[in-house]
Design a protein around this ligand. Structure first.
Ligand code: CAA
Length: 291
């Protein structure tokens, strides 16, 4: 099956990154967000990201213009009617995602494939909300999407093999490498990464080390490109908490219990970089630890 046009639902950091890499690979892209202002801001962010690459001679001005020309803002799901693939990248909340799938599916042509960029939620369960579970699968990108090489692919119980093969080939055209995961809570990357981040938050909570000590320890002691608390802020603390809750609920093992300090930060609305405050305060020139 040929993919020419991709619909992206959600204009947050992940949705915009997905739109950018699809457009850069030559696909037509329509991006939708429930808040039209976010779509506008998201496309401006993609423009700024491409401009930075032109400035550092990593991209030509022509390639930047071509990428941008492939992206349009969709104001409703009717504009997805000619999409060959729709990738949902809304907030990591099963209720929200279910509502989106129920709303979008009636507008899609029957052969359109639906993918979810969920970080943790059961693909089989999400597929059941679409009425076309055989044309549904997990397509999980990493943040920042234009930089990270990996895409995790997850089949639901009903995913058609030709659909899987089509998406596998599609991901390769984006220049990504694939890891295939079975449909279990948080798949591979987040099953391993998020408990590590949660443990770093426990390490802070129990006073074993400060924010700076923990991040320095893991950057210089384990060669991680970002410390775990910096990375938590980068991913978004709400997403980190959602993934831990899915692991805890889905695997029923106390080793996945979300750290109370993570819960407290989320309750405070300190969600990380996107709101300029999390384990660091990003409102000034340089990030300052908040504990
Ligand atoms: N968006 C787009 N491009 C970005 C970017 C962003 N947010 N941040 C950095 N970049 C680009 C830069 O433009 C630069 O590109 P060029 O080499 O083409 O110039 C490149 O990335 C390197 O950037 P920098 O030199 O400024 O910064 P760095 O060397 O410190 O690298 C990083 C930045 C790539 C983000 C690095 O810190 C890193 O790898 N961090 C870990 C990221 C990670 O673990 N991601 C996975 C999160 S888990 C996940 O996503 C799954 C989930 O479901 C929660």
């Amino acid at each position: 099956m040929k993919i020419s046009k991709v619909g992206v639902i959600g204009a947050g950091q992940m949705g915009c990154g997905i739109a950018q890499v699809c457009a850069a690979a030559g696909y037509k892209v329509a991006i939708y967000d429930a808040a039209p202002d976010r779509t506008k801001a998201g496309i401006a962010g993609i423009d700024a990201s491409l401009a930075r690459r032109v400035k550092s001679s990593k991209l030509t001005e022509e390639a930047r213009a071509a990428t941008l020309s492939h992206i349009t803002a969709a104001s409703d799901f009717a504009q997805f009617s000619d999409c060959d693939l729709v990738i949902e990248s809304a907030t990591e909340n099963e209720g929200v995602k279910r509502q989106i799938f129920e709303a979008v599916t009636p507008h899609l042509k029957s052969e359109c494939i639906i993918g979810s960029n969920t970080s943790s939620i059961s693909i089989t369960r999400l597929a059941a909300t679409t009425g076309r579970p055989e044309r549904f699968m997990g397509i999980h990108f990493m943040n920042p999407v234009p930089v990270m090489e990996l895409v995790e692919l997850i089949r639901g119980i009903a995913t058609d093999e030709t659909v899987f093969k089509t998406i596998q080939a599609f991901a390769l055209t984006l220049g990504k490498t694939i890891a295939i995961s079975e449909d279990y809570p948080a798949f591979i990357v987040n099953r391993i990464l998020l408990p590590m981040i949660n443990e770093a938050i426990y390490t802070l909570y129990e006073g074993v080390g400060s924010v700076t000590a923990i991040d320095t320890a893991m950057k210089l002691g384990a060669h991680h490109p970002m410390g775990p608390l910096e990375l938590a802020d980068f991913i978004g603390l709400d997403t980190c908490l959602s993934v831990m809750q899915v692991l805890h609920d889905g695997l029923a093992d106390s080793k996945y219990r979300p750290c109370p300090l993570l819960v407290k930060y989320v309750e405070a609305g300190w969600l990380g970089r996107k709101v300029k405050r999390g384990f660091y305060d990003y409102r000034g020139e340089t990030p300052v630890p908040t504990r």
